[in-house]
Design a protein around this ligand. Structure first.
Ligand SMILES: Nc1ncnc2c1ncn2[C@@H]1O[C@H](COP(=O)(O)OP(=O)(O)OP(=O)(O)O)[C@@H](O)[C@H]1O
Length: 247
């Protein structure tokens, strides 16, 4: 579904992302771990098109999308969690999701079409809110949400774009320990029967181990290992790379 081939991003002589080969199958959940500065976010930036690689390619369904800008990749089904800055704090939670659905679907100027489209947009927004368990907070101004709820809203905004491949960058960041299990179950439901694939960077190892089918380990920009959780955790090179370093 999604693949990278020799993906490399250099700044001067330094390879921030160093010849990464990844394959993500439909319905698969791939966790990406690595110490601070390993290149995880940079890898996401290359996959979503925020940065152009120095070498290598990104493939979606076998097609080379390396030269496409982020919005074209999004149209093809590659979605990434919005950063908090893309949430309009003074608008309600529901309005934020409606705007995201509208932006994804585009609008019709014909009045009779617009009324029907508005109903469809509202229904899609409500479905996304339901999906992440935020329906009851629909009328709250987005700026008043707690951290865990904000992360859920970011996922709802992402779902509004109907992505086939979702990239989640540290979805547990800032979430209090008691809110983690619920957010984990929301994220778990994202793959399920839909065939949607997820690529997730996360520092919480317990979360990665619960969700991931496979784990990719990055270190100094390169992929140290990419395998099932058990195999990765037993990998001597991985253990060595982390000696004295927090994941
Ligand atoms: N635009 C840039 N210019 C210079 N260096 C950069 C740039 N972007 C990233 N880097 C460097 O590249 C390395 C990898 O950064 P990146 O943010 O991808 O790592 P990460 O694995 O996501 O780290 P973290 O876990 O802390 O989020 C870091 O050393 C960072 O300082």
């Amino acid at each position: 579904m999604l693949a990278t081939r020799g993906l490399t991003w250099r700044i001067g002589e330094v390879a921030i992302v160093d010849s990464v080969y990844l394959d993500l199958a439909p319905g698969e959940f791939l966790g990406v771990i690595g110490p601070n500065g390993a290149g995880k976010t940079s890898l996401f930036n290359l996959i979503t098109g925020l940065r152009r690689p120095t070498e290598g390619t990104v493939l979606l369904d076998g097609a080379d999308i390396t030269a496409l800008p982020p919005h074209r990749r999004a149209r093809l089904g590659l979605g990434r969690t919005f950063q908090a800055s893309s949430v309009f704090g003074s608008l309600s939670v529901r309005e934020n999701v409606r705007l995201a659905v509208q932006a994804h679907r585009g609008g019709s100027m014909k009045l009779w079409r617009r009324a029907a489209a508005d109903r469809e947009v509202a229904a899609a927004a409500d479905a996304a809110l339901d999906r992440v368990g935020l329906h009851h907070r629909g009328t709250a101004p987005a700026g008043t949400l707690a951290h865990g709820e904000k992360r859920k809203l970011e996922i709802a905004l992402l779902l509004a774009g109907e992505p086939r491949v979702m990239l989640l960058d540290e979805p547990m960041a800032g979430v209090s320990a008691e809110d983690v299990p619920e957010l984990v179950s929301v994220i778990k439901s994202l793959t399920g029967d839909s065939g949607r694939a997820v690529l997730m960077v996360e520092h919480h190892m317990d979360v990665i181990l619960e969700l991931a089918d496979r784990i990719a380990v990055m270190h100094h920009g390169a992929l140290l290992a990419c395998d099932t959780p058990d195999t990765v955790m037993a990998n001597a090179t991985v253990q060595e790379a982390y000696l004295g370093e927090a994941l």
